[in-house]
Design a protein around this ligand. Structure first.
Ligand code: ZN
Ligand code: ZN
Length: 446
């Protein structure tokens, strides 16, 4: 079934979860030579003049082709090509895009992947114009999402922008993307094992909304990707297609639920934390999806450990009564600099460290322990499976392989519970009073 058919299938009736799921994207074309459909798409939106946004890499990869196709189709356009070799999604880039924008244009075409798309979404939202993204790499799952992952005031933030009206995934273009970007795409898909697992047990522990149908959609997409993983390394058409479709579906699953739950869990927080540290301290960071893959590897090992634990109520209560939030806030500040303040602010409304709330959660955890373990067994990758997959893709297994100091991994894990208001593995570890043991185990497990 095509993705557009999946969307209309979900949209046509109320889901058993109680929601009517909708997605903003209007058209998705994934095939070899998909960019040939551009003139028709522009006409469908009554576009008279297109504004093309690309950077030098993506322009070489697909921008020139896009211009040629528009020339042949008799469609006028202006273009702005960022000159930076490594472009960042920040105020400067958005400012450049707006200042170079040609006001005679009535439709925007982003040619690129993560960064260009994030900027393009903001530009089209600001200009109130339809937006088409021509994907150059299946590297992350933001194609169908209505938010932009940006750095703002040197902080990593997720801004509400707008979802592309049309997504064009030309397999002939994407299969020639840098290999690291194909790997990153697979990494962002591997993360979904963790996200679905955490979403499902959070539903048990916190009563948070969960939709089995959306979870099933994501599971199916992940399986297609991992089944094809080896062929991805050879740039096989079907493998590239599976990853791109999976990433688009990941975005749609988020749109369906209005949550990041179906697509990101603790492994994404590992990645966010390393990005925050890069912004704050200039330490190394890698592509989002590569970091998510490494985060998934750590998560797989930690889940394997937690499965063998018997919850001990007294131990958990003692741990929590000894927990000093002010001391912890200062540790967060040392570790993350300015970014820590947003997390500390979040706790004021969230109150996840409230002793009373902890007691209630702990009761639920203890009485549902078998169920929680069952979810972990059903949903999580075994460490050996994760390792096999990463090795088959010639991907890194550890932080140090991507230039990140192995010594910060325990603190990364502990800080991951504060990144967003989501119940993820380190929160479960904290609730059980086993944070310190698990932390010590992370590096030993390697
Ligand atoms: Zn549902
Ligand atoms: Zn992601």
């Amino acid at each position: 079934m095509s993705i557009m058919n999946i969307i209309s299938d979900f949209e046509k009736e109320k889901c058993p979860c109680g929601k009517t799921h909708t997605a903003a994207v209007e058209k998705i074309i994934i095939e070899n030579g998909a960019i040939g459909h551009l003139p028709k798409c522009i006409n469908e939106y009554n576009g008279k003049k297109a504004f093309i946004l690309a950077d030098i890499n993506t322009y070489n990869a697909a921008g020139e082709k896009v211009c040629r196709i528009l020339d042949e189709g008799g469609i006028q356009y202006s273009k702005y090509i960022f000159g930076e070799v490594s472009l960042s999604a920040d105020e400067k880039a958005v400012g450049c895009a707006i200042m170079h924008f040609d006001n005679n244009c009535d439709i925007i075409i982003g040619v690129g992947s993560g960064v260009i798309n994030d900027i393009g979404k903001i530009l089209s939202n600001t200009a109130k114009l339809p937006y088409i993204i021509v994907a150059t790499a299946p590297s992350m799952d933001g194609y169908a999402s209505g938010t932009s992952s940006m750095s703002l005031d040197a902080l990593k933030v997720s801004l509400t922008s707008k979802c592309a009206n049309v997504i064009i995934g030309d397999i002939d273009i994407m299969k020639n993307a840098p290999l690291n970007m194909l790997k990153a795409g697979l990494g962002d898909m591997m993360a979904k094992y963790v996200s679905i697992c955490e979403w499902k047990f959070s539903n048990v522990i916190t009563g948070e909304y969960y939709c089995e149908r959306v979870a099933g959609l994501v599971r199916g997409a992940v399986k297609k990707c991992t089944d094809n993983a080896k062929a991805l390394l050879k740039r096989d058409d079907a493998a590239v297609r599976a990853v791109f479709e999976g990433l688009v579906l990941g975005g749609i699953a988020m749109a369906f639920t209005g949550l990041s739950r179906p697509a990101s869990g603790v492994e994404h927080y590992f990645s966010h934390i390393w990005d925050m540290r890069e912004l704050e301290f200039g330490t190394k960071a890698d592509l989002h999806g590569i970091q998510c893959a490494v985060g998934t590897m750590y998560a797989a090992k930690l889940y394997d450990k937690i499965k063998n634990i018997e919850p001990d109520k007294d131990k958990a209560l003692k741990y929590v009564s000894n927990f000093d939030y002010d001391e912890w806030s200062n540790k967060l500040r040392d570790f993350l600099g300015k970014s820590a303040e947003t997390m500390i602010e979040l706790e004021k409304t969230e109150q996840k460290y409230s002793v009373e709330e902890h007691k209630k959660r702990l009761d639920v955890i203890v009485s549902n322990w078998d169920k929680i373990i069952g979810i972990i067994n059903d949903e999580m990758l075994q460490p050996t499976e994760a390792e096999k997959l990463l090795k088959a893709m010639e991907m890194p297994l550890k932080a140090e392989e991507i230039g990140i100091d192995e010594n910060i991994i325990p603190m990364t894990f502990e800080a991951a519970k504060d990144v967003r208001d989501k119940y993820v593995l380190p929160r479960l570890a904290w609730d059980l009073g086993i944070m310190d043991e698990l932390k010590q185990n992370i590096c030993k497990a390697n």
